[in-house]
Design a protein around this ligand. Structure first.
Ligand code: AP5
Length: 213
């Protein structure tokens, strides 16, 4: 199973990607987490990426395409993958097409997660993320068991630097300009499945299983 998660920032792409992963045993590849990891490790790529991420801009295609190409060549993804946050531009979609073509593969589904801007802004202020393992919580809909501590690895949870109101507004603008147009590209292939980003969390596994078979 090869899936792309597409939708505005904070719509719930990562949350749904991990539910699909649990249902079907397919690994999730989250470009945002990979870039945040590079920033935390202080690599050259991470230093460049940080400047863009802090402003809510897309990290340059050449960096992201390189990171994703390398990741997709790893053996744990041979049987399938869920791409969470890639592609986000025409150049990235072209790169993904090339990678898949070289390997004689195709995408099975593009999951389009929908949510209105107002709900996104309200939601992201209450998201808490684990900087160590990438686990994601929400103060109301998915609180950590022990307050500000990650259930998975015990690290302190944080509000992401780009989950601040002015940066969220800019991320939404960038999504509309650069990423949303990709829906037209996948529309013709008949592989888009729409999922409301505000579907109750306990109903998501059933809904996703119905959609994906
Ligand atoms: P990235 O980390 O990918 O951020 P994003 O796309 O903005 O998406 P988010 O992670 O913010 O949200 P999400 O849709 O996954 O929602 P989530 O499941 O967490 O990218 C960050 C930055 O990295 C970019 O701005 C860019 O600079 C760079 N970058 C990354 N990929 C790139 C690329 N390909 N090219 C260039 N640059 C790139 O849910 C949000 C909250 O809502 C959580 O608290 C969650 O618990 C809650 N929630 C989710 N679903 C529900 C529900 N159904 N009901 C109730 N609560 C819910």
């Amino acid at each position: 199973m090869r899936i792309v998660m597409l939708g505005p920032p904070g719509s719930g792409k990562g949350t749904q990607a991990h539910i699909i992963s649990e249902l079907y045993g397919v690994p999730v590849v989250t470009t945002g987490d990979m870039l945040r990891d590079a920033v935390a490790r202080g690599t050259e790529q991470g230093r460049i990426a940080k400047k863009y991420m802090d402003r809510g801009e897309l990290v340059p295609d050449r960096i992201v395409n390189m990171v994703v190409r390398e990741r997709l060549s790893m053996p744990d993804l041979e049987a399938g993958f869920i791409l969470d946050g890639f592609p986000r531009s025409t150049a990235q979609a072209d790169a993904l097409d090339r990678i898949l073509k070289e390997r004689g593969l195709h995408l099975d589904y593009v999951i389009h997660v929908t949510l209105e801007d107002k709900a996104i802004a309200a939601r992201l202020g209450k998201r808490r993320s684990c900087p160590m393992c990438g686990a994601v919580y929400h103060l109301e809909s998915k609180p950590a068991k022990e307050g500000g501590v990650c259930d998975e690895c015990g690290s302190g949870l944080v509000l992401r630097d780009d989950d601040k109101p002015d940066v969220i507004r800019h991320r939404l603008k960038v999504y509309r300009e650069k990423t949303r147009p990709l829906l037209d590209r996948y529309e013709g292939a008949g592989i888009i499945r729409e999922v409301p980003g505000d579907c109750p969390l306990d109903e998501l596994p059933g809904l996703l299983r119905n959609l994906l078979g």
